[in-house]
Each structure stands twice: as C-alpha cells, then as structure tokens.
Design a protein around this ligand. Structure first.
Ligand SMILES: [Zn+2]
Length: 166
C-alpha cells in the first residue's frame, strides 16, 4: 500500500523525523496521517486494500473522506465487505473518491451510486463554480451540503447541485 507517509510509519503509528517534518511544514495533514495509519491496519488483513494508493485523507464533519486511485475505488465498490471493514476501522462513515482524474470523474465517484447528467463550470465575480445536474428527483439520501464540503475539502471545488426535473 502507498500512503502519504512511510509505510513503516503507517504500520507502527509513529512518524519518522522526515514525515514529522512534512506534517509540521504542512506538506501533509494530520488527517493524511490518521487515514494512513487506519488504512494500514485494514491492509494488514486484506490483500485488496494492500494494493491501494491513498493520496489524501480529509475529515469532513463527522465523516472521513479517502482519496484513492480509480482502480482502488473500483475494488471498494465491487467488494462491500471491504468498504464495511474500512468504515469499521475508522469508526465513522467513510467516503471513497478518486481525484487524480478529471473533475467529472471525481464528482461521479462522490455522487456514487447516484448518476450525474451534466457538469458545467462557470465564473461568478468571486470565482469558478461547478454545477452538477444529478439524475432524478431530489433524493433525501443526497446530502447536498455534505457533497459541497467534500468537493471543497478534496479538490477546492465550489459546488452547486441541481436535480433533473421531469
Ligand atoms: Zn516516515
């Protein structure tokens, strides 16, 4: 498994001087460190998780967001046992998103299992906004405020969500 800190540090839960310096300088965050250590525990018992590349971890409210590669997201989606095990280790709801990809792919992984119809970017006087049109009526399981916070935390996207109305 690849994580933002040394894999040895992730296993022992103690940072070496190099990683400690990265944390102090802001190169990595405490959330990255915590996510690395917890995910490493899962990887010790799961071959699938052991292949993961964790790019970033971010606490958003009471949830934890793990930014992984697209192929890792695929294995989580096709293996409910694995995502359950990870959520158990974290002791909170865990979101799995990919980010080394296009903005649309990131948003699709965020909205999963809900479908996105369209993604548009436009400029407002105070910056760029990304508008997502989600399929179907407003589903109560879609927590728009949470999606906005995650998009901001992980990719610095100002998100707007609208629902397709028929
Ligand atoms: Zn280290």
């Amino acid at each position: 498994m690849k994580v933002p800190i040394c894999s040895f540090d992730a296993k022992t839960g103690v940072l070496c001087s190099k990683c400690e310096a990265k944390l102090q300088s802001g190169g990595i965050t405490q959330d990255d460190v915590d996510a690395s250590i917890k995910l490493s525990k899962v990887a010790g018992k799961s071959q699938e998780a052991d292949k993961f590349t964790l790019l970033k971890g971010a606490r958003v409210d009471d949830d934890f967001v793990l930014v992984l590669r697209g192929s890792d997201i695929m294995s989580v989606r096709t293996n409910p046992n694995l995502s359950e095990r990870i959520s158990k280790e974290f002791g909170q709801k865990v979101w799995f998103v990919e980010s080394e990809s296009s903005e649309r792919q990131f948003l699709e992984s965020l909205f999963h299992p809900f479908k996105i119809i369209n993604v548009n970017q436009f400029w407002l006087p105070d910056g760029k906004v990304t508008k997502v049109i989600a399929a179907g009526r407003q589903d109560p399981r879609i927590n728009v405020e949470k999606f906005k916070k995650i998009a901001k935390a992980v990719r610095n996207i100002e998100l707007l969500v609208e629902f397709e109305t028929k």
